[in-house]
Design a binder for this molecule. Structure first.
Ligand SMILES: [Cu+2]
Length: 479
């Protein structure tokens, strides 16, 4: 349910048109069978699962009226990749910027979007989004540097799929009976929440595919047989065109790629996403890690089976160059060293930790503590012993150093900012020791993978908020 109303305002002598885009979302349980072998309850919106896309144009105000009618679960929505600069209380993570939305209660998200690109929105109640509350969010840009370089857009989500509901799986995952912390292995991979997807294309045209990994756990390799991809955007940042035969998307990463179709319509071509099985401790033999779709030139021609690959050689995103040419930020004022370690605690279960501190959600959301404690807000201790709080000063340049002391690959995501990815080591490089030379124009994105027993360094400016909220702050009172 979408309604648009327009406000016209004058800025810098130019006439700009900004719309308000309103979505009324009634969240309920529905049933779905996306992999064709198991019908199960999923979280839907307005009776629909998969859930609707959110679309807006740069400059628009987005209003999402949420009514939680799940009955048996609280929820929230996060708009992944949006900086929420000046409206961090609209970001969505439960325990950080808001309380859960209990069953029967409404909550309105209201923010402006001033960044173009490919995003997604999802529940930010712990462990909930893989049960269905995840969908694309696209911010179109009349001033895109690639406007005119393509004829049409297509949205392609990639995800992993489970048959059990997440609350049940999480109980088994974090338990004394799983002391190694082996993650639940998905049952299937999906394109646009289905399998055997067909994408009708016309010859001699260029399509921009907005590709989103909205999976729970699995990273995915993606390629198109017989076609080359030109990467033009990662996580909302335009990049200089970079040719790729295959890309790799961790959970939560996005790419826009240009694909030019052939002039000949005699054959159809498979595209494939393949879950990175390195992540699975023990995958059953019956697991098909691949999902296949087709570029269909001729709907009466057959849909060929994709070829099996000997090895995966994805494009290295570290080499991408943003089109805005933003140079390496100055040397940092502050370092946030984070060591990733999986640990068994007193209950015998396995927990992920930063600096040996596993996260426990505070009873009072972190943002509420920050806004209600006066001078004490600068004391990291008030945010709780298990929240790993670091207090930054406005406009500091910050280096987050992630040392992965675990043999698994882990995506790392920062809310409220993108970051310059200035170091990514190979596997088994150990902890960061600071002898690297940094790229002069680093790649930027909001989600980045650290390799097994390796390290990454992410640099950003602490500029959120960089201005007062555009409207009187509307933090709801503590209940
Ligand atoms: Cu996010």
């Amino acid at each position: 349910m979408l309604s648009r109303s327009s406000i016209i305002f004058v800025c810098f002598g130019m006439l700009a048109r900004a719309a308000t885009v309103t979505y009324d979302f009634n969240i309920t349980w529905v049933t779905a069978n996306p992999d064709g072998v198991f019908i199960r309850p999923v979280m839907g919106i307005n009776g629909q699962g998969p859930i609707p896309y959110i679309t807006a144009t740069v400059g628009d105000r987005v209003v999402v009226n949420v009514l939680n009618q799940l009955g048996n679960a609280s929820t929230s929505l996060h708009f992944h990749g949006l900086y929420m600069n000046g409206t961090s209380h609209m970001d969505g993570p439960v325990g950080v910027t808001q309380c859960s939305i209990p069953p029967g209660i409404t909550f309105t998200y209201n923010f402006t979007v001033d960044q173009p690109g490919t995003y997604w929105y999802h529940s930010h109640e712990p462990g909930q989004y893989p049960d269905g509350l995840r969908g694309p969010m696209i911010i179109t840009d009349p001033n895109s540097p690639y406007r005119g370089s393509y004829d049409e857009e297509r949205i392609l989500t990639i995800s992993d799929w489970y048959h059990e509901q997440f609350p049940t799986m999480v109980k088994k995952f974090i338990s004394v009976s799983n002391p190694t912390g082996a993650e639940p292995v998905p049952k299937a991979a999906l394109f646009n929440d289905t399998q055997n997807l067909t994408t009708l294309v016309q010859p001699g045209k260029t399509y921009m595919f907005r590709i989103i990994n909205m999976g729970a756990f699995a990273s995915q390799y993606f390629w198109i047989e017989g076609h080359n991809m030109q990467i033009v955007e990662v996580d909302g940042i335009y990049t200089q065109e970079a040719a790729a035969d295959m890309i790799y998307l961790t959970a939560a990463q996005r790419y826009s790629v240009l694909v030019t179709t052939k002039n000949d319509t005699s054959a159809n071509f498979a595209y494939v996403a393949s879950m990175d099985e390195d992540l699975f401790d023990k995958a059953p033999r019956s697991l098909n890690p691949n999902v296949t779709g087709w570029l269909v030139y001729d709907s009466s021609a057959n849909l060929p089976k994709p070829a099996l690959l000997d090895a995966f050689e994805p494009f290295d995103d570290f080499t991408l160059v943003p089109t805005d040419g933003e140079p390496l930020l100055p040397d940092p004022d502050y370092y946030v060293p984070l060591t990733v370690l999986m640990m068994n605690l007193g209950d015998g279960a396995n927990y992920a930790s930063f600096n040996s501190i596993p996260y426990t959600m505070p009873k009072v959301p972190t943002l509420y503590s920050a806004l209600t404690t006066g001078e004490e807000a600068n004391n990291p201790a008030i945010y709780g012993t298990n929240s790993n709080a670091f207090v930054l000063e406005k406009n500091q340049i910050v280096d987050i150093i992630v040392n992965n002391n675990d043999p698994g690959k882990h995506p790392f995501h920062l809310h409220g900012h993108n970051f310059q990815a200035i170091v990514r080591s190979d596997d088994d490089a150990g902890n960061y020791i600071g002898n690297e030379t940094f790229p002069t124009i680093p790649m930027r994105r909001d989600t980045f993978m650290v390799r097994p027993n390796g390290n990454i360094v992410l640099r950003f400016r602490a500029d959120n908020p960089d201005k007062s909220p555009p409207f009187p702050p509307s933090i709801p009172p503590l209940s």
